[in-house]
Design a protein around this ligand. Sequence first.
Ligand SMILES: *[C@@H]1O[C@H](CO)[C@@H](O)[C@H](O)[C@H]1NC(C)=O
Ligand SMILES: *[C@@H]1O[C@H](CO)[C@@H](O)[C@H](O)[C@H]1NC(C)=O
Ligand SMILES: *[C@@H]1O[C@H](CO)[C@@H](O)[C@H](O)[C@H]1NC(C)=O
Ligand SMILES: *[C@@H]1O[C@H](CO)[C@@H](O)[C@H](O)[C@H]1NC(C)=O
Length: 404
Amino acid sequence: MERNIIYLWFCAFALVHGNQETSPQPPISDKLPSLIKMNNDFAFDLYKRLVEMPEYRSKNIFFSPLSISMALSELSLGAGGETKEQLLSGIGYNRSVFSTEEMHQMFHSLLEEIDQRTGVDIDVGTALYASDKSKPHPKFLENMKEFYHSDGFTVDFKAAETLDKINEYVKEKTHGKIDRAVDSLDPNTLMFLLTYIYFKGKWDMPFNPNKTSEDIFHVDNETTVPVQMMHQTELLKVYYDAELSTKVLCLDYNDSFSMFLAIPDEKKDLTINDLEKAISRQHIEKWRGSVWKRKLDVYVPKLSLKTDYTLNDILKGMGITDMFSHKADFSGIAEENFYVSKVLHKATLDVDEEGTTAAAVTTIEIKVALLPMLFRFDRPFMIFITDQKNDHILFLGKVVNPAV
Ligand SMILES: *[C@@H]1O[C@H](CO)[C@@H](O)[C@H](O)[C@H]1NC(C)=O
Ligand SMILES: *[C@@H]1O[C@H](CO)[C@@H](O)[C@H](O)[C@H]1NC(C)=O
Ligand SMILES: *[C@@H]1O[C@H](CO)[C@@H](O)[C@H](O)[C@H]1NC(C)=O
Ligand SMILES: *[C@@H]1O[C@H](CO)[C@@H](O)[C@H](O)[C@H]1NC(C)=O
């Protein structure tokens, strides 16, 4: 209901605004493609950084870039100064394309748009947990709710059930796919922000389970593993990207959602590493209009993946550094000195004969900065020497001029 009210409010605003102008402003949703470009560029930037990390090299990778850019964009609502500039530039924001106000409005209109899609089961959202000891600025909370539909909770981070509460919330929102978003919570946490995404789509052309059988998957030129390989012979969408020497299969779900699978041409002696270095947003944009239907003999393995990333170092590599340090400026969230202690991302992917289920959560833990407080005795001051057992003052004095 709340969402509808906000949505109506926005429509009403657009109408009133439009009537007053001689040339009406186009609705913000007209600019949505530029936000999507920004998010997609961020997706590839993050992907390339992930695969370069030694611990993720030659591992399965799966994450939701939307969940991460949205979480960072939300955080920027409460950031100031260099912290804000770094967050914005990290997610690929370019002020000559749209204003930050427009960016938040576009995220809002993206959420509205996703909300209206009924052909697949998709849900994207946000929750903000604030310590009962913190005093967030009402403006920050309003913006979080207005632009990002954020749920808000006041909690005690010292209580053990807060961890369970957060995990229960994510578990429910991801239909059990992510049952433990956070493993532990620092009792000094002042705020905890999370974004989740859940997607469940059925294939337009389901695979027949009777045709699934054990087969071999070549991990590299020396290693093979057994997999349950699904199979179908159907008219399916396909494209050969000559620039990348890559074969592309497009498997559709309902309501224009699709999965693209891209595999380097075995005849060209290319590896997945060559492909992931060369690929960019522009290729995905090209594929949508380039696929064509032909009879295919398709083999796709059933998948069940779970991934888990600590993004602190990756984000620092993207130039988002200050928010992790004592330089953090979250003056838009509250008066306290905040910094971000952890950014985590967890995701799951299940692919079977019927379709796909994918879920992800990004969590941002915000703590009070333990700044070394400045104490300069460079003006007259008093001195007490006491017995701490009974507060008995043994000496008392004042220093007005230490130089005499
Ligand atoms: C920002 O966008 C403008 C206009 O599209 C473009 O000319 C400029 O190169 C972009 N800046 C960056 C840093 O990408
Ligand atoms: C596909 O989505 C439309 C609405 O977008 C819905 O009416 C239809 O039932 C869906 N079909 C399937 C097979 O889910
Ligand atoms: C799979 O095989 C079973 C038993 O042979 C048969 O009853 C069923 O119809 C088959 N399913 C499909 C989708 O072909
Ligand atoms: C297998 O691949 C590695 C690099 O991935 C290469 O060094 C090696 O020569 C290859 N072996 C064969 C038999 O092709």
